[in-house]
Design a protein around this ligand. Structure first.
Ligand code: PLP
Length: 412
């Protein structure tokens, strides 16, 4: 009988049997420092006791209640609590299961609310792998190759990436906003443009932070033209960057906020937040899904919020992020191959380039694989997979950051 593989491609050969905080263990009980956190998902660490208890309790009461028929307590509690953390003016939530699904919900809402067909996204942006979300993605050719035709109505405009042309942040921002105006005059005129979709920090695109001026420029153009500003906080939300939302670093004021990953510590849950007035414009029946807002996932999300608050995890992300950044910069200073350490909070990337200055995905992969051998799990990102990223759970401690930095230095 043919042996079935559970994955298309496996980056590291670890088969995890259990997780505890920032550690994963394999069948031989070998311990790994997990600085991937399930791609930034297990925000409170693996199997945080508070999250486990909330989920276990909920499993015994009600696993699933579909919200077109019944509402359930964990959903209502979560919505209530979200009110404490959402940016001002976003007073309604709608829940889905994955980041891509939430992006599609935001796209549907933006098109229905404005009656306009197009969206503008930004170079290096990643919004997911479903066909519409992949159509809005430009962080690497691999995310769209081979399954065209994609969704029509997407224009991609530059993101302010200073490293790319060796510019200052101001130069990169001015260029990005000029190009956006050009796009709005030519390829997608305002009357045809429903929304801008932007990440506060490019995630899969290589951990490049936006700028305050860029977000302000988007807001101003959105207001001037009746375009909606959709901020994709799938990877940057829930404390990851040292603030609750990544957009807070840049004064972002979204019309629609998209969230997923960190919100339920590993249970599949995502959603969009917008004002009541905007949400009312969704056509009845056009949003929804069988599993969205699952009761166990919602209970886990409420527990995640409790842990984030009671353990001060947003502040911890800032402090441990600063510690980690310093250590990574020290290693980068000793190796010409690492040309940039960037990101915010506990969302940090190391860019590898070759002697000619070209992005070097092969070098990044070699170091990633060596680190795994030494017991430190890491992921890559960036259009050429040339960035090795560090995204540990937000509960990571000072000693664990030191340990990871030491293993990293050894691997490099
Ligand atoms: N948006 C951003 C910014 C992401 O980083 C991701 C996933 O990495 C997505 C959307 C898609 O999320 P999912 O993989 O849960 O569909």
């Amino acid at each position: 009988m043919a042996q079935l593989s559970p994955v298309l491609k496996q980056a590291t050969p670890v088969v995890a049997t259990r997780g505890e905080g920032v550690y994963l263990f394999d069948a031989d009980d070998r311990r790994y420092l997990d600085f991937t956190a399930g791609i930034g998902v297990t925000s409170t660490g693996h199997c945080h006791p508070t999250v486990v208890a909330a989920a276990q309790e909920q499993v015994g009461r009600l696993i699933h209640g579909q919200y077109t028929t019944v509402l359930h307590e964990p959903l209502l509690r979560l919505v209530d609590r979200m009110g404490e953390v959402l940016p001002e003016g976003l007073d309604r939530m709608f829940f889905t299961n994955s980041g891509s699904e939430a992006i599609e919900a935001a796209l549907r809402l933006a098109r229905q609310a404005t009656g306009r067909p197009n969206v503008i996204t930004f170079h290096g942006g990643f919004h997911g792998r479903t066909v519409a979300a992949a159509s809005m993605t430009s962080s690497g050719t691999k995310f769209k190759a081979g399954f065209a035709p994609l969704m029509a109505g997407v224009q991609v405009s530059p993101f302010p990436d200073p490293g790319h042309f060796g510019w200052s942040q101001d130069e990169a921002t001015a260029f990005a906003l000029k190009q956006l105006d050009y796009t709005l005059q030519t390829l997608s005129q305002p009357d045809d443009t429903a929304a801008f979709f932007v990440e506060p920090v490019l995630g899969e695109g290589g951990y490049v932070p936006a700028s305050t001026e860029f977000l302000a420029g988007l807001r101003e153009r959105a207001d001037r033209h009746g375009i909606l500003l959709v901020v994709d906080e799938v990877q940057t939300g829930w404390g990851r960057t040292g603030k609750f939302w990544g957009g807070e670093h840049f004064g972002a004021r979204p019309d629609i906020l998209v969230t997923a990953k960190g919100l339920a510590s590993g249970f599949p849950l995502s959603g969009i937040a917008a004002s009541n007035a905007l949400m009312e414009k969704a056509w009845p029946g056009s949003q929804g899904g069988t599993y969205g807002g699952n009761a166990v996932a919602c209970a886990a999300a409420v527990a995640t919020l409790d842990v984030i608050e009671s353990e001060g995890l947003v502040a911890n992300a800032e402090q441990r992020g600063a510690q980690l950044r310093q250590a990574l910069e020290k290693v980068a200073g000793q190796h010409d191959a690492i040309t940039d350490v960037r990101g915010l909070g506990l969302m940090l990337g190391n860019e590898f380039r070759d002697a000619e200055g070209k992005p070097d995905g092969a070098a990044a992969a070699r170091v990633q694989s060596k680190a795994a051998e030494l017991g430190l799990l890491l992921l890559t990102c960036g259009p050429w997979s040339q960035v090795v990223r560090f995204i540990p759970a937000l509960v990571v401690g000072e000693q664990q950051v030191d340990d990871a930095a030491q293993l990293w230095a050894e691997a490099v």
